[in-house]
Design a protein around this ligand. Structure first.
Ligand code: ATP
Ligand code: MG
Length: 447
């Protein structure tokens, strides 16, 4: 029988790794909400046409990376390779564009048929934001500030924000001409992909990862030399805002982004911790997208962050572990277990922290090991001593101190334990800051 394994380029996420995902996602959601962005969720598949029109035919995504299939109704559908086109499609469908600005964020999987390697998957996950309705550089500064805050919230201080402007419909044609003049005589030296794109989309050559193209690209004219006055003013004002917001950046005239609908501002955030796939965030302004998908003339700006790469970056830097939280309920014999089962139920109803229990009767040292594995903060212990005295032993596994709490009816005891937990450990302000360190009154250690 053949082995059943996950498809190439996909990964399963199990505890405790899933805890890292939950914490990151929770922080990013909270951050987006602080900036006034609301969550949008769109279908995982769309009609293929949306991506062909919304991403652009001469892009890596549309040319070779889409998971496209014909469904049983004979329609060509594609698993979402990126979020911006679906977000625009949804807003147009809801007639939500053109009236007032829209600030939205998303988090979820994307699918791209790529060669799997470190930091490159076939099912990857992105968090991102889109801000519609502002043509000025204030919105560019806002989304960049949000991306920067995501880094700062995780104490990432070695990532680099690279900024460029790729102009608009006024000056880009001029740049296209300049690029054609530069690359045409050198076409023989270009990679196959780039030679094919030379006439359709020469800007994409700047984005090429092919070794053959890199050197030629170095000598190519840059967009910044030919920006029109409006684009130049927009770019200058954005830089001023970033300085005022104390966001460091470098200008990188080679950044063009892979997607066709970008205008003016483009940016990437790269991390030295990531190796070859060093871009963790990519974004920019896309003033032409909404119109090109049949909507009104509404400008937009946004970014997408690769969550796998973000987590890799945190891991490389040595992530602070989550603080211990919750309780491990430990029964030392069968009569105690019978008394603890209703207490466990009551605790799970009354508390807002994890309540773990191992129902096997084991040595207390083995039980403590399980508590450690669950990262529990407190152990609530009952054996024959506790049943006789009518008091539970409560051990703080972080401070290694112990206390006794009366063991009465499940509901009342649960209430008291929850109050005890809040008192010493603090209300679990999930994912924000670690709970205040507590010290319990030192008491008798269990032998
Ligand atoms: P790359 O240059 O790495 O191919 P891209 O330009 O295709 O990136 P975008 O479409 O801008 O990437 O997506 C934004 C972010 O999403 C990337 O910077 C990266 O962090 C992440 N990402 C994109 N594709 C993948 C993938 N196949 N696997 C993992 N992460 C990805
Ligand atoms: Mg790519």
């Amino acid at each position: 029988m053949s082995h059943l394994v996950a498809p190439r380029g996909t990964v399963d996420v199990l505890p405790p790794e899933s805890v890292r995902w939950q914490r990151l996602e929770a922080r990013l959601r909270a951050l987006a909400l602080r900036f006034g962005y609301g969550e949008i969720r769109t279908p995982m598949f769309e009609s293929t046409d949306l991506f062909v029109r919304g991403v652009g035919e001469a892009t890596d995504i549309v040319e070779k990376e889409m998971y496209t299939f014909v469904d049983k109704g004979g329609r060509s559908v594609t698993l979402r390779p990126e979020w911006t086109a679906p977000v625009v499609r949804a807003l147009l469908q809801e007639k939500a564009l053109g009236q007032e600005p829209q600030r939205l964020f998303y988090a979820g999987p994307i699918f791209r048929y790529e060669r799997p390697q470190k930091g490159r998957l076939r099912q990857a996950h992105q968090f991102g934001v889109e801000c519609f309705g502002f043509a000025g550089p204030e919105a560019d500064a806002e989304v960049i500030a949000l991306a920067f805050e995501a880094l700062r919230a995780h104490q990432v201080d070695d990532a680099v924000l690279r900024l460029n402007s790729i102009g608009d419909e006024v000056c880009r044609p001029r740049y296209r001409e300049a690029l054609l003049q530069y690359f045409r005589p050198r076409a023989d030296l270009l990679s196959d992909d780039s030679r094919r794109r030379l006439e359709t989309n020469p800007l994409r050559i700047l984005d090429s990862k092919a070794e053959a193209d890199r050197e030629l690209v170095e000598g190519a004219p840059t967009m910044l030399d030919v920006l029109c006055d409006d684009c130049r003013a927009h770019f200058a004002r954005l830089q001023q805002y970033l300085s005022e917001l104390e966001i460091p950046y470098t200008i990188d005239p080679r950044i063009v982004r892979g997607l066709d609908y970008y205008t003016r501002t483009v940016f990437e955030i790269t991390s030295p911790a990531l190796g070859a796939q060093s871009t963790v965030i990519g974004g920019g302004r896309y003033d032409g997208l909404v119109r090109s998908l049949g909507g009104p003339d509404v400008p937009g700006v946004g970014f997408a962050m690769g969550l796998e790469r973000f987590l890799m970056m945190l891991a490389a830097r040595g992530e602070a572990g989550a603080p211990r939280s919750g309780v491990q309920v430990i029964a030392l014999d069968e009569p105690a277990r019978a008394r603890l089962v209703p207490l466990i139920g009551a605790l799970r109803r009354a508390g807002d922290f994890p309540v773990n229990a191992d129902y096997a009767i084991r040595k207390v040292t083995a039980q403590f090991k399980i508590a450690d594995r669950n990262d529990a903060r407190l152990a609530i212990i009952a054996g024959s001593d506790e049943l006789a005295s009518g008091e539970l032993t409560v051990r703080d596994l972080e401070t290694r101190t112990q206390d006794r709490v009366p063991f009465r009816a499940p509901g009342a005891t649960a209430q008291q334990l929850v109050a005890w937990y809040r008192d010493r450990v603090g209300t679990p302000v999930t994912h924000q800051s670690p709970p205040a360190r507590v010290t319990c009154a030192p008491s008798m250690e269990r032998q």
